[in-house]
Write a protein that binds this ligand. Structure first.
Ligand code: PA5
Length: 410
Protein backbone atom coordinates (compact mmCIF):
# COMPACT_ATOMS: atom_id res chain seq x y z
CA UNK A 1 0.00 0.00 0.00
CA UNK A 2 1.25 3.49 -0.80
CA UNK A 3 -0.60 5.39 1.96
CA UNK A 4 1.92 6.25 4.68
CA UNK A 5 1.12 7.04 8.31
CA UNK A 6 3.30 8.77 10.85
CA UNK A 7 2.18 8.75 14.49
CA UNK A 8 5.40 10.12 15.99
CA UNK A 9 3.67 13.45 16.52
CA UNK A 10 1.13 11.93 18.90
CA UNK A 11 3.62 11.38 21.77
CA UNK A 12 1.98 8.00 22.36
CA UNK A 13 4.14 5.39 24.02
CA UNK A 14 5.37 3.24 21.09
CA UNK A 15 5.67 0.15 23.29
CA UNK A 16 1.96 0.46 24.10
CA UNK A 17 1.18 0.99 20.41
CA UNK A 18 3.13 -2.17 19.53
CA UNK A 19 1.37 -4.13 22.25
CA UNK A 20 -1.99 -3.21 20.73
CA UNK A 21 -0.96 -4.40 17.25
CA UNK A 22 -1.88 -7.92 18.38
CA UNK A 23 -5.47 -6.87 19.14
CA UNK A 24 -5.65 -4.83 15.96
CA UNK A 25 -4.42 -7.82 13.92
CA UNK A 26 -7.01 -10.02 15.57
CA UNK A 27 -9.69 -7.48 14.58
CA UNK A 28 -8.35 -7.49 11.01
CA UNK A 29 -8.43 -11.30 10.95
CA UNK A 30 -12.04 -11.21 12.09
CA UNK A 31 -12.92 -8.80 9.31
CA UNK A 32 -11.38 -11.21 6.79
CA UNK A 33 -12.80 -14.36 8.38
CA UNK A 34 -16.17 -14.01 6.68
CA UNK A 35 -17.86 -14.86 10.01
CA UNK A 36 -18.81 -11.29 10.77
CA UNK A 37 -22.02 -9.76 9.46
CA UNK A 38 -21.79 -6.87 6.94
CA UNK A 39 -18.14 -7.42 6.02
CA UNK A 40 -18.71 -8.11 2.33
CA UNK A 41 -16.70 -4.97 1.47
CA UNK A 42 -13.51 -6.49 2.93
CA UNK A 43 -12.94 -9.05 0.17
CA UNK A 44 -14.95 -7.26 -2.53
CA UNK A 45 -11.94 -5.55 -4.19
CA UNK A 46 -10.07 -8.84 -4.58
CA UNK A 47 -13.17 -10.76 -5.65
CA UNK A 48 -14.41 -8.21 -8.20
CA UNK A 49 -16.57 -9.93 -10.81
CA UNK A 50 -15.32 -8.79 -14.23
CA UNK A 51 -18.61 -9.51 -16.02
CA UNK A 52 -20.65 -7.36 -13.64
CA UNK A 53 -18.11 -4.56 -13.93
CA UNK A 54 -18.22 -4.68 -17.72
CA UNK A 55 -22.01 -4.52 -17.66
CA UNK A 56 -21.89 -1.50 -15.35
CA UNK A 57 -19.39 0.26 -17.59
CA UNK A 58 -21.50 -0.50 -20.68
CA UNK A 59 -24.60 0.98 -19.03
CA UNK A 60 -22.55 4.03 -17.96
CA UNK A 61 -21.40 4.43 -21.61
CA UNK A 62 -24.99 4.36 -22.87
CA UNK A 63 -26.11 6.88 -20.22
CA UNK A 64 -23.28 9.24 -21.12
CA UNK A 65 -24.09 9.06 -24.80
CA UNK A 66 -27.82 9.66 -24.29
CA UNK A 67 -28.05 12.10 -21.38
CA UNK A 68 -26.61 15.41 -20.24
CA UNK A 69 -27.42 14.98 -16.56
CA UNK A 70 -27.72 12.13 -14.09
CA UNK A 71 -29.66 12.86 -10.91
CA UNK A 72 -28.69 10.40 -8.20
CA UNK A 73 -31.43 9.99 -5.61
CA UNK A 74 -29.69 8.73 -2.49
CA UNK A 75 -28.69 9.75 1.03
CA UNK A 76 -25.95 8.88 3.54
CA UNK A 77 -23.87 5.97 2.34
CA UNK A 78 -25.93 5.83 -0.83
CA UNK A 79 -24.54 9.10 -2.19
CA UNK A 80 -21.54 10.33 -0.20
CA UNK A 81 -19.01 7.93 -1.69
CA UNK A 82 -19.92 8.84 -5.26
CA UNK A 83 -19.99 12.56 -4.54
CA UNK A 84 -16.67 12.52 -2.72
CA UNK A 85 -14.96 10.74 -5.62
CA UNK A 86 -16.59 12.96 -8.24
CA UNK A 87 -15.45 16.10 -6.40
CA UNK A 88 -11.93 14.82 -5.77
CA UNK A 89 -10.85 13.06 -8.93
CA UNK A 90 -9.93 14.01 -12.48
CA UNK A 91 -12.65 13.07 -14.97
CA UNK A 92 -12.57 11.93 -18.57
CA UNK A 93 -13.90 14.54 -20.96
CA UNK A 94 -16.85 12.38 -21.93
CA UNK A 95 -18.18 12.36 -18.34
CA UNK A 96 -21.53 14.06 -17.80
CA UNK A 97 -22.87 16.17 -14.96
CA UNK A 98 -24.06 14.29 -11.85
CA UNK A 99 -26.32 15.95 -9.25
CA UNK A 100 -27.80 14.58 -6.05
CA UNK A 101 -31.36 14.68 -4.72
CA UNK A 102 -32.97 13.04 -1.69
CA UNK A 103 -30.21 14.46 0.51
CA UNK A 104 -32.56 16.83 2.34
CA UNK A 105 -36.16 18.10 2.42
CA UNK A 106 -35.17 21.61 1.36
CA UNK A 107 -37.72 23.20 -1.00
CA UNK A 108 -35.24 25.61 -2.59
CA UNK A 109 -32.79 22.79 -3.34
CA UNK A 110 -35.60 20.70 -4.85
CA UNK A 111 -36.66 23.62 -7.03
CA UNK A 112 -33.13 23.97 -8.45
CA UNK A 113 -32.89 20.28 -9.35
CA UNK A 114 -36.42 20.17 -10.81
CA UNK A 115 -35.57 23.10 -13.09
CA UNK A 116 -32.43 21.29 -14.28
CA UNK A 117 -34.36 18.07 -14.93
CA UNK A 118 -36.90 20.00 -16.99
CA UNK A 119 -34.15 21.68 -19.04
CA UNK A 120 -31.70 18.84 -19.54
CA UNK A 121 -31.84 15.36 -20.97
CA UNK A 122 -31.85 13.43 -17.69
CA UNK A 123 -31.35 9.96 -16.27
CA UNK A 124 -32.46 9.22 -12.70
CA UNK A 125 -30.40 6.83 -10.62
CA UNK A 126 -32.18 5.79 -7.42
CA UNK A 127 -29.72 4.38 -4.89
CA UNK A 128 -31.13 2.83 -1.74
CA UNK A 129 -29.91 -0.31 -0.08
CA UNK A 130 -33.08 -0.75 1.99
CA UNK A 131 -35.34 0.73 -0.65
CA UNK A 132 -37.43 2.21 2.15
CA UNK A 133 -35.71 5.47 3.08
CA UNK A 134 -38.15 8.39 3.34
CA UNK A 135 -35.96 10.99 1.64
CA UNK A 136 -35.52 8.65 -1.32
CA UNK A 137 -39.16 7.74 -1.68
CA UNK A 138 -40.20 11.38 -1.46
CA UNK A 139 -37.64 12.45 -4.10
CA UNK A 140 -38.68 9.69 -6.49
CA UNK A 141 -42.36 10.55 -6.06
CA UNK A 142 -41.53 14.16 -7.00
CA UNK A 143 -39.29 13.41 -9.99
CA UNK A 144 -41.08 10.39 -11.50
CA UNK A 145 -44.13 12.34 -12.76
CA UNK A 146 -41.87 15.11 -14.03
CA UNK A 147 -39.92 12.54 -16.05
CA UNK A 148 -43.15 10.96 -17.31
CA UNK A 149 -44.46 14.30 -18.46
CA UNK A 150 -41.15 15.30 -20.01
CA UNK A 151 -40.65 12.05 -21.94
CA UNK A 152 -44.31 11.62 -22.87
CA UNK A 153 -45.17 8.28 -21.22
CA UNK A 154 -44.62 6.02 -18.24
CA UNK A 155 -42.63 3.63 -20.46
CA UNK A 156 -40.29 6.29 -21.85
CA UNK A 157 -39.64 7.66 -18.35
CA UNK A 158 -39.00 4.15 -17.00
CA UNK A 159 -36.28 3.61 -19.63
CA UNK A 160 -34.51 6.58 -18.04
CA UNK A 161 -34.62 5.37 -14.44
CA UNK A 162 -31.92 3.10 -13.01
CA UNK A 163 -32.23 1.55 -9.55
CA UNK A 164 -29.33 0.43 -7.36
CA UNK A 165 -30.88 -1.47 -4.49
CA UNK A 166 -31.23 -4.77 -2.63
CA UNK A 167 -31.65 -7.72 -4.97
CA UNK A 168 -34.82 -9.01 -3.38
CA UNK A 169 -36.54 -6.61 -1.02
CA UNK A 170 -37.65 -3.04 -0.38
CA UNK A 171 -40.03 -0.63 -2.12
CA UNK A 172 -37.50 0.49 -4.72
CA UNK A 173 -36.88 -3.13 -5.74
CA UNK A 174 -40.65 -3.72 -6.04
CA UNK A 175 -41.08 -0.59 -8.16
CA UNK A 176 -38.06 -1.44 -10.34
CA UNK A 177 -39.46 -4.91 -11.04
CA UNK A 178 -42.89 -3.52 -11.80
CA UNK A 179 -41.71 -0.69 -14.06
CA UNK A 180 -38.83 -2.55 -15.72
CA UNK A 181 -36.02 -0.21 -14.61
CA UNK A 182 -32.43 -1.22 -15.29
CA UNK A 183 -31.11 -2.40 -11.93
CA UNK A 184 -27.84 -3.05 -10.09
CA UNK A 185 -27.51 -4.79 -6.73
CA UNK A 186 -26.18 -3.44 -3.45
CA UNK A 187 -24.85 -6.69 -1.91
CA UNK A 188 -26.75 -7.74 1.22
CA UNK A 189 -23.58 -8.01 3.31
CA UNK A 190 -22.32 -4.46 2.59
CA UNK A 191 -23.77 -1.50 4.53
CA UNK A 192 -24.36 1.96 3.06
CA UNK A 193 -21.22 3.71 4.34
CA UNK A 194 -19.00 0.84 3.15
CA UNK A 195 -20.63 0.69 -0.30
CA UNK A 196 -18.51 3.13 -2.33
CA UNK A 197 -16.94 0.28 -4.35
CA UNK A 198 -20.31 -1.30 -5.19
CA UNK A 199 -22.61 -0.08 -7.99
CA UNK A 200 -23.96 2.49 -5.47
CA UNK A 201 -20.74 4.45 -5.91
CA UNK A 202 -19.31 3.03 -9.12
CA UNK A 203 -22.21 3.75 -11.48
CA UNK A 204 -22.47 7.51 -10.75
CA UNK A 205 -18.66 7.76 -10.79
CA UNK A 206 -18.40 6.01 -14.16
CA UNK A 207 -21.13 8.25 -15.59
CA UNK A 208 -19.25 11.31 -14.31
CA UNK A 209 -16.15 10.10 -16.18
CA UNK A 210 -14.02 8.65 -13.41
CA UNK A 211 -11.68 5.78 -14.18
CA UNK A 212 -13.36 3.26 -11.87
CA UNK A 213 -11.07 0.44 -12.97
CA UNK A 214 -8.12 2.37 -11.56
CA UNK A 215 -10.06 3.11 -8.39
CA UNK A 216 -10.82 -0.58 -7.93
CA UNK A 217 -7.20 -1.46 -8.67
CA UNK A 218 -6.21 0.89 -5.84
CA UNK A 219 -8.64 -0.74 -3.41
CA UNK A 220 -7.37 -4.13 -4.50
CA UNK A 221 -3.76 -3.09 -3.84
CA UNK A 222 -4.70 -1.91 -0.35
CA UNK A 223 -6.71 -5.07 0.34
CA UNK A 224 -3.77 -7.23 -0.76
CA UNK A 225 -1.23 -5.51 1.52
CA UNK A 226 0.42 -8.17 3.70
CA UNK A 227 -1.59 -8.28 6.90
CA UNK A 228 -1.70 -4.56 6.53
CA UNK A 229 1.42 -2.42 6.76
CA UNK A 230 2.33 -1.74 10.37
CA UNK A 231 1.94 2.01 9.97
CA UNK A 232 -1.54 1.64 8.50
CA UNK A 233 -2.47 -0.45 11.50
CA UNK A 234 -1.04 2.29 13.71
CA UNK A 235 -3.59 4.83 12.47
CA UNK A 236 -6.38 2.68 13.93
CA UNK A 237 -4.44 2.08 17.14
CA UNK A 238 -3.41 5.72 17.61
CA UNK A 239 -6.99 6.94 17.24
CA UNK A 240 -8.12 4.35 19.76
CA UNK A 241 -5.40 5.24 22.28
CA UNK A 242 -5.91 8.98 21.95
CA UNK A 243 -9.59 8.43 22.75
CA UNK A 244 -9.27 5.76 25.40
CA UNK A 245 -6.02 6.68 27.19
CA UNK A 246 -5.72 10.42 26.57
CA UNK A 247 -9.41 11.34 26.80
CA UNK A 248 -9.57 13.00 23.38
CA UNK A 249 -13.14 13.37 22.15
CA UNK A 250 -12.63 14.90 18.69
CA UNK A 251 -10.55 13.80 15.69
CA UNK A 252 -10.00 16.83 13.47
CA UNK A 253 -8.93 15.70 10.01
CA UNK A 254 -7.21 18.56 8.18
CA UNK A 255 -6.80 18.52 4.40
CA UNK A 256 -4.19 20.37 2.35
CA UNK A 257 -6.09 19.76 -0.91
CA UNK A 258 -9.21 21.76 -1.78
CA UNK A 259 -10.86 18.91 -3.69
CA UNK A 260 -10.90 16.69 -0.58
CA UNK A 261 -13.62 18.66 1.22
CA UNK A 262 -16.42 16.24 0.42
CA UNK A 263 -14.20 13.27 1.11
CA UNK A 264 -14.15 14.76 4.61
CA UNK A 265 -17.95 14.54 4.67
CA UNK A 266 -17.72 10.89 3.62
CA UNK A 267 -15.17 10.28 6.40
CA UNK A 268 -17.46 11.93 8.95
CA UNK A 269 -20.24 9.53 8.06
CA UNK A 270 -17.94 6.50 8.03
CA UNK A 271 -16.32 7.21 11.39
CA UNK A 272 -19.26 8.88 13.14
CA UNK A 273 -21.79 6.20 12.25
CA UNK A 274 -19.39 3.30 12.84
CA UNK A 275 -17.94 4.39 16.19
CA UNK A 276 -20.51 6.66 17.81
CA UNK A 277 -22.52 4.29 19.95
CA UNK A 278 -22.81 3.01 23.53
CA UNK A 279 -21.44 6.34 24.81
CA UNK A 280 -18.19 5.83 22.85
CA UNK A 281 -16.52 7.13 19.73
CA UNK A 282 -14.52 10.09 18.46
CA UNK A 283 -16.46 13.03 17.01
CA UNK A 284 -15.09 13.29 13.46
CA UNK A 285 -14.49 16.88 12.38
CA UNK A 286 -12.78 18.18 9.24
CA UNK A 287 -10.97 21.35 8.28
CA UNK A 288 -9.58 22.68 5.05
CA UNK A 289 -6.10 24.23 5.19
CA UNK A 290 -5.00 26.91 4.75
CA UNK A 291 -8.55 28.44 4.69
CA UNK A 292 -9.52 27.27 8.17
CA UNK A 293 -6.18 28.23 9.69
CA UNK A 294 -7.54 31.78 9.55
CA UNK A 295 -10.58 30.85 11.64
CA UNK A 296 -10.47 27.53 13.49
CA UNK A 297 -6.67 27.79 13.58
CA UNK A 298 -7.19 29.90 16.70
CA UNK A 299 -9.04 27.07 18.46
CA UNK A 300 -6.49 24.49 17.36
CA UNK A 301 -3.67 26.59 18.78
CA UNK A 302 -5.22 27.80 22.03
CA UNK A 303 -8.71 26.32 22.53
CA UNK A 304 -9.82 23.55 24.88
CA UNK A 305 -7.72 20.40 24.53
CA UNK A 306 -10.51 18.03 23.51
CA UNK A 307 -9.08 17.05 20.15
CA UNK A 308 -6.17 15.64 18.22
CA UNK A 309 -5.38 16.36 14.58
CA UNK A 310 -5.06 14.06 11.60
CA UNK A 311 -3.16 15.84 8.83
CA UNK A 312 -4.25 14.19 5.60
CA UNK A 313 -1.66 15.38 3.12
CA UNK A 314 -1.80 14.87 -0.64
CA UNK A 315 1.94 14.99 -1.34
CA UNK A 316 2.17 15.21 -5.10
CA UNK A 317 0.66 17.56 -7.62
CA UNK A 318 1.97 19.46 -10.60
CA UNK A 319 4.35 22.24 -9.79
CA UNK A 320 3.46 24.64 -12.56
CA UNK A 321 2.12 27.75 -10.88
CA UNK A 322 5.01 30.03 -10.02
CA UNK A 323 4.63 33.26 -8.04
CA UNK A 324 6.12 35.83 -10.40
CA UNK A 325 7.00 38.68 -8.02
CA UNK A 326 7.03 39.89 -4.43
CA UNK A 327 8.35 38.18 -1.28
CA UNK A 328 7.69 34.71 -2.63
CA UNK A 329 9.07 35.34 -6.11
CA UNK A 330 10.06 32.12 -7.86
CA UNK A 331 8.31 29.84 -5.42
CA UNK A 332 5.61 27.53 -6.68
CA UNK A 333 2.16 27.14 -5.17
CA UNK A 334 3.04 23.54 -4.37
CA UNK A 335 6.11 24.65 -2.42
CA UNK A 336 3.95 27.12 -0.50
CA UNK A 337 1.45 24.35 0.27
CA UNK A 338 4.23 22.04 1.53
CA UNK A 339 5.66 24.82 3.69
CA UNK A 340 2.19 25.54 5.06
CA UNK A 341 1.85 21.91 6.17
CA UNK A 342 5.26 22.00 7.88
CA UNK A 343 4.47 25.34 9.55
CA UNK A 344 1.15 24.06 10.86
CA UNK A 345 2.70 20.90 12.26
CA UNK A 346 5.39 22.92 14.04
CA UNK A 347 2.95 25.46 15.47
CA UNK A 348 0.37 22.92 16.58
CA UNK A 349 2.94 20.56 18.03
CA UNK A 350 4.31 23.49 20.06
CA UNK A 351 0.79 23.86 21.47
CA UNK A 352 0.94 20.19 22.53
CA UNK A 353 -1.57 18.91 19.97
CA UNK A 354 -1.16 15.23 19.12
CA UNK A 355 -0.85 14.96 15.33
CA UNK A 356 -1.23 11.90 13.12
CA UNK A 357 0.09 12.38 9.59
CA UNK A 358 -1.35 10.49 6.63
CA UNK A 359 0.44 10.90 3.32
CA UNK A 360 -1.17 10.10 -0.03
CA UNK A 361 1.21 10.21 -3.03
CA UNK A 362 -1.20 11.94 -5.44
CA UNK A 363 -4.90 12.56 -6.00
CA UNK A 364 -5.53 9.89 -8.66
CA UNK A 365 -8.25 7.20 -8.84
CA UNK A 366 -5.64 4.56 -7.95
CA UNK A 367 -4.52 6.23 -4.71
CA UNK A 368 -8.07 7.35 -3.93
CA UNK A 369 -9.15 3.69 -4.10
CA UNK A 370 -6.36 2.80 -1.67
CA UNK A 371 -7.36 5.63 0.65
CA UNK A 372 -11.01 4.59 0.74
CA UNK A 373 -10.13 1.00 1.60
CA UNK A 374 -7.56 2.20 4.14
CA UNK A 375 -10.16 4.40 5.88
CA UNK A 376 -12.84 1.71 5.89
CA UNK A 377 -10.50 -0.87 7.38
CA UNK A 378 -8.96 1.51 9.95
CA UNK A 379 -12.36 2.68 11.04
CA UNK A 380 -13.66 -0.86 11.50
CA UNK A 381 -10.55 -1.82 13.51
CA UNK A 382 -10.79 1.22 15.81
CA UNK A 383 -14.49 0.57 16.42
CA UNK A 384 -13.70 -3.06 17.27
CA UNK A 385 -10.91 -1.97 19.64
CA UNK A 386 -13.47 0.35 21.27
CA UNK A 387 -15.75 -2.64 21.64
CA UNK A 388 -18.59 -1.40 19.43
CA UNK A 389 -20.12 -2.90 16.29
CA UNK A 390 -18.78 -0.89 13.32
CA UNK A 391 -21.59 -1.99 11.04
CA UNK A 392 -24.87 -1.10 12.75
CA UNK A 393 -26.54 2.28 13.23
CA UNK A 394 -29.35 2.00 15.78
CA UNK A 395 -29.28 5.76 16.37
CA UNK A 396 -30.01 6.51 12.72
CA UNK A 397 -32.87 4.04 12.76
CA UNK A 398 -34.49 5.76 15.74
CA UNK A 399 -34.82 9.13 13.96
CA UNK A 400 -36.32 7.37 10.95
CA UNK A 401 -38.89 5.67 13.14
CA UNK A 402 -39.89 8.92 14.91
CA UNK A 403 -40.30 10.66 11.58
CA UNK A 404 -42.41 7.83 10.19
CA UNK A 405 -44.69 8.12 13.24
CA UNK A 406 -45.06 11.86 12.67
CA UNK A 407 -46.00 11.15 9.04
CA UNK A 408 -48.65 8.68 10.25
CA UNK A 409 -46.82 5.72 8.69
CA UNK A 410 -46.46 3.69 11.93
O1 PA5 B 1 -24.58 3.95 6.20
C1 PA5 B 1 -25.78 3.78 6.27
O2 PA5 B 1 -26.26 2.66 6.47
C2 PA5 B 1 -26.77 4.91 6.07
O3 PA5 B 1 -26.16 6.14 5.95
C3 PA5 B 1 -27.59 4.67 4.81
O4 PA5 B 1 -26.73 4.63 3.71
C4 PA5 B 1 -28.65 5.75 4.62
O5 PA5 B 1 -29.48 5.83 5.75
C5 PA5 B 1 -29.50 5.46 3.38
O6 PA5 B 1 -30.07 4.19 3.48
P1 PA5 B 1 -30.58 3.41 2.20
O7 PA5 B 1 -29.43 3.20 1.28
O8 PA5 B 1 -31.14 2.15 2.74
O9 PA5 B 1 -31.63 4.29 1.55
Amino acid sequence: MDIRVNIEGTDLNMEEVKALRKDASAALDRLWSGDMDMTGWVKAPVEQDEKSLEYLLDVADIIRSEAELMVVIGIGGSYMGAKSAIEALPRFEHGIEVKFLGINFCTDYYREIIEEVKRKNTILCVVSKSGNTMEIQAALEVLRPIMQQKYGSVEEASKRIVAVTDENKGRIREEANEMGYTTFPVPGNIGGRYSMMTPAGLLPMAVAGIDVRELLRGAQTAASSPLWDADAMDYAIARYMLHENCGKAVDVTCFNHSRMTFFGEWMKQLFGESEGKEGKGLWPATLQFSTDLHSMGQFLQEGSRIFFETMLVIDGCDDEIVIPAGNFKGMTMKQMNDIMVQGVIRAHRSAGNPIIEIHVPELTPFYFGQLVYFMETSCAITAMLMGVDPFNQPGVESYKSEMRKLCGME
